[in-house]
Design a protein around this ligand. Structure first.
Ligand code: DX5
Ligand code: ZN
Length: 214
């Protein structure tokens, strides 16, 4: 699965930017609050408008503090996935439960330096694990290959039938890096600059898809 990140899109023309990647599986929406990460992007009003403007399921990646308070409204609005950060809450299972109760899939994200072992037990409460392969906050950074060990660990548990969830990767994915991520067992690839900083975002999505399957 390919999930273009609108962080690298033209925010004044989001409906057109979504149309440009109509063949994508999910549209990745980076919500940043200038506290959990040193950048500010968009919030619930923009997500509500995007939901009306596109049929592509929205994959909301919340890089925010206090997800217990702010995450469930994205699910109520109609987001397909609502993913928040393990580092942002003391009770990720409760947040996941509230997201699911509000009708969305729940995702847990970990920053590059956050180990996965402490979270393996609770992953059964989640539908996706989003492994960050750059420090969250900005598009266009370089892929950190070391995080693939975390993906491999979780992939093994999924393949052994001990967990049921999708493994997603976010940051620095392009046609050069996607093969290594695919080999590590990633199910869903987020790509921002590799899709939107090109002349043909739709073709870029298909190029990533081909490369991931190669
Ligand atoms: C970074 C965001 C990413 C970002 C990826 O904090 O979570 O989704 O858009 O951008 P690229 O693909 O350019 O690394
Ligand atoms: Zn993201």
């Amino acid at each position: 699965m390919i999930a273009p990140s609108i962080l690298s899109a033209d925010f004044a023309h989001l409906a057109d930017e979504a149309d440009a990647v109509a063949g994508a599986d999910w549209l990745h929406v980076d919500v940043m609050d200038a506290h959990f990460v040193p950048n500010l992007t968009l919030g619930l009003p923009v997500v509500e408008s995007l939901l009306k403007a596109t049929d592509i399921p929205l994959d909301c990646h919340l890089m925010i503090e206090d997800p217990g308070r702010w995450a469930p409204p994205y699910a109520e609005a109609g987001a397909h996935n609502v993913t928040f950060h393990a580092e942002a809450t003391d009770d990720p299972v409760a947040v996941a439960r509230d997201i699911r109760a509000a009708g969305a899939k729940a995702g847990l994200s970990v920053k590059p330096n956050t180990p996965i072992e402490p979270y393996l037990e609770i992953l059964r409460s989640f539908d996706t694990l989003l492994v960050m392969s750059v420090e969250p906050g900005f598009g266009g950074q370089s892929f950190i290959a070391e995080v693939l060990d975390k993906a491999r660990t979780v992939r093994r548990l999924v393949d052994a039938g001990e967990l049921r969830l999708l493994v997603e990767i976010d940051g620095g994915i392009n046609t050069d890096t996607i093969e290594a991520a695919a080999e590590a067992g990633i199910d869903c690839f987020v790509a921002g600059s590799a899709v939107y900083n090109t002349a043909d975002p739709g073709a870029a999505v298909e190029a990533l898809r081909r490369q991931a399957a190669a």
